[in-house]
Design a protein around this ligand. Sequence first.
Ligand SMILES: NC(=O)c1ccc[n+]([C@@H]2O[C@H](COP(=O)([O-])OP(=O)(O)OC[C@H]3O[C@@H](n4cnc5c(N)ncnc54)[C@H](OP(=O)(O)O)[C@@H]3O)[C@@H](O)[C@H]2O)c1
Length: 332
Amino acid sequence: MKAMTLVGKKVPLELQQRVDLTPDPGQVIVKLNAAALNRRDYWITVGLYPGIKPPVVLGSDGAGIVSSCGDGVDGVWEGQEVILNPGIGWGEDPAVQSDQFHILGLPEDGTFASEVAVSVEQLHRKPDCLTWEQSAAIPLAGTTAYRALFSQGNVKSGEKILVTGIGGGVATFALQFATAIGAEVWVSSSSVAKIDRAISLGAKGGFDYREEGWEKRFAATVGSPDLIIDSAGGPGYAALMGLAAPGGRIINYGATAGAPESIDMFKLFWKQLRLQGSTMGSPDDFSNMVDLVEKCQIEPVIDAVYTLEDVNQAIDQMRSSPQFGKYVLEIS
Ligand SMILES: NC(=O)c1ccc[n+]([C@@H]2O[C@H](COP(=O)([O-])OP(=O)(O)OC[C@H]3O[C@@H](n4cnc5c(N)ncnc54)[C@H](OP(=O)(O)O)[C@@H]3O)[C@@H](O)[C@H]2O)c1
């Protein structure tokens, strides 16, 4: 097998030839046809992620065909086309993951490889309506968007919502999912071209979050969003608290721009805001997300497809976030 392996901190991933994998009891081996990148992979390669222990094969998203089953695994899985749930060990509580929870692709070897060993519990039938590349694009980002919007954000048809930083992989799924259930979706971005792409996917419009006072123009022309889905945090978080409708919810699944400079406690209690964190998703979030994708025929937004061997180019691109949607790897 071949694998793009993290061999040290802040160095490009290295192409390694390894012995073919064999499954432990309860595991299967999946021959991968496609994988996808997440900002997590970028954070790891630049040393900004906890628990980095090279050597490890990165990659949390993958789609492929089960090639062998370990002891205790029902043989019907052999030959099945599957996608992988990258969340491992969520536990019993739908409200929060267990302390055993971790993500495929650190510490366990992940999907930037021609094959991967996973527990049979991580398998999910590949949606018929999606190509291999589209299938690989959905697991981590789709689950994160689903949980933030539905399980935490309780989004309803007709609500006004804002998805910030719409170029992001999770953000584009949030836009597509919320539009699919009839919410009125607005976006923010650093790029007019990305706002236009978002409008072509069903957004009502968007604002450039780098412009001073954008949130005041938003409130004056659009009104206040009931729900904000944000992964940036940072200095711009204060604007989101000002913009949210009274009784509104702000759901954060990331902090790309770092910590907010301050939290306005007066706004928090007077507007009765709910600030809610969200991480990945439970097994139910994962399968509900796949059901939604199939039911609403959602086509994942793929910015570019690279070969497995060119994964370092895709990771380099993520430095300045020019993408709209996902970077995917095709694996031959
Ligand atoms: N908690 C979890 O389970 C979980 C899961 C997935 C991701 N995350 C985190 O969520 C973040 C996004 O992940 P991703 O994979 O979707 O990343 P991504 O595809 O690399 O997208 C990053 C996007 O962030 C936006 N952005 C950057 N600075 C911003 C700012 N100051 N204000 C608003 N938007 C800003 C940009 O949008 P524009 O290009 O439109 O400006 C950029 O395209 C990362 O920090 C990631 O680590 C967390």
